[in-house]
Write a protein that binds this ligand. Structure first.
Ligand code: LLP
Length: 419
């Protein structure tokens, strides 16, 4: 998917469009996505699933722009949602509720109602109180809710602690040792239909072994649950496959999918449907954040390149010390210096890249890479900064898929006291 971002005559292009033109036309900071890159990444999942009972539910939280969701919907994708808001986005983008799985540790009764009314494919339930709530909500609507339990296989995904989710110490899922009993409880509730099992062990995972360890534990559990008389139609292996931000070498999407499907088959579970919930691996390297250098500032210990994007636009560096490659849109041949690339927000944590070698001048454009996942979706209005515009490039055309916010919009819902 990186091939959608190439230099042509010394200028970074997104597919057939110059990033300089994009910045001039739409302003900065600017999120730019490539339709081809989104399509290629999804197609890799689809190819590896072809001919199997397997489906791909794109995790909306990674990138919830309607145009992005619509590109996936047109390719036949399903979606993994975690809120009523994400459900509304999927439906507005042309996705079908029957291809939606509803994940999340704290679903509200209203959200459950909306999802039942829409007719989602499955609720991934994470606790007994959630089972009880869903049972009550479904009963009141005269419906039955399809459920799978998210089990916590207690494996270490070897990723950043903030995005590990399958360890005992995490808030997610039903503890492995309690899963069998929890399934019995679910099966006994009158307004629930147990249909599957799921797990999700973390994000930005760059090795396949934690997946295989988790899968083996899940399959063992499936056999026990079926021995108790409840049949499991599908196994949802979650998302989490990592991407290359710097030097990481995650498995290729196709080989990752094939390896998991093979393991499921070899272990005698090939008749079950398999779900995948990728977010980052289908959107992450399909986007960049374009930003312009405002000032260069030589500090006593460090040089700073102050740019017009900030932690409110891209929170990952501040939140997780995450690395995003930063490239010149029009590279200069001058000698480079080492800079911290920082935003205008009033926090020392407002940095986008540290110790980057750049030959840069004020007014130059930078491209912050791998900004298609957990980037715009995690942006905020801190410091009353309107959120950036989003553009999707499709061949030689660029479409604004989210207008830049205006300051007026930011406080439109606020009011002052009457006296
Ligand atoms: N399924 C479930 C239940 C999830 O919780 C997640 C992500 C996914 C699927 C998709 O995972 P992915 O394929 O994108 O790794 N904000 C963090 C990432 C948080 C991930 C949360 N869950 C970041 O910026 O790195």
């Amino acid at each position: 998917s990186q091939s959608a971002f190439t230099y042509v005559d010394g200028v970074l292009h997104v597919e057939g469009v110059s990033a300089v033109t994009l910045a001039e036309q739409f302003g900065t900071p600017l999120y730019v996505y490539s339709r081809a890159a989104l399509t290629d990444a999804y197609a890799a999942y689809a190819r590896a699933c072809a001919g199997r009972r397997a489906s791909v539910h794109v995790a909306v939280k990674a990138n919830s722009n309607l145009a992005v969701l619509n590109v996936f919907a047109r390719l036949g994708a399903g979606f993994d949602i975690v809120s009523g808001g994400e459900l509304a986005r999927v439906l507005a983008a042309g996705g079908k509720a029957e291809n939606v799985v509803f994940s999340g540790v704290g679903k509200g009764a209203d959200e459950m109602r909306e999802a039942l009314d829409a007719g989602v494919k499955c609720f991934n339930v994470e606790s007994i109180p959630e089972l009880d709530r869903l049972n009550a909500v479904a009963g009141a609507l005269g419906k039955r809710a399809p459920v799978s339990l998210r089990v916590n296989p207690d494996v270490d995904p070897k990723t950043h602690p903030y995005i590990s989710t399958g360890l005992k110490a995490n808030k997610f899922g039903v503890a492995f040792d309690e899963a069998r009993a929890t399934y019995r409880k679910a099966a006994a509730l009158p307004h629930l239909d147990v249909v599957g099992i799921d797990c999700h062990i973390g994000s930005q995972i760059t090795e396949i072994s934690p997946y295989l360890d988790a899968l083996d534990k899940v399959l063992e559990l499936v056999e026990q649950i079926e021995a108790d008389g409840t049949s499991i139609h599908h196994i949802d292996v979650g998302g989490g496959l990592g991407i290359t931000y710097a030097n990481e070498t995650p498995p290729e999407i196709e080989s990752f999918v094939r390896t998991l499907l093979e393991r499921i088959e070899t272990r005698g579970h090939g008749h079950r449907e398999v779900f995948f919930e990728p977010g980052r691996s289908v959107t992450g390297n399909a986007g960049v954040l374009l930003t312009r250098v405002e000032f260069l500032k030589a500090g006593e210990e460090k040089n700073f390149a102050i740019v017009d994007a900030a932690m409110n636009d891209l929170a990952r560096p501040a939140m997780y010390q995450a690395y995003h490659a930063i490239d010149m849109v029009v590279p200069r041949s001058d000698a480079s210096k080492v800079y911290d690339v920082v935003g205008p927000v009033c926090e020392s944590g407002d940095w986008l890249g540290r110790d980057r070698s750049l030959a840069v001048e004020p007014g130059d454009l930078l491209a912050i890479r791998s900004a298609g996942a957990y980037s715009f979706t995690m942006s905020s209005n801190y410091n009353t900064r309107p959120r950036a515009a989003e553009v999707m490039v499709d061949g030689t055309e660029a479409h604004v898929v989210r207008a830049r916010e205006t300051v007026r919009e930011l406080f439109a819902g606020e009011s002052i006291l009457p006296r």
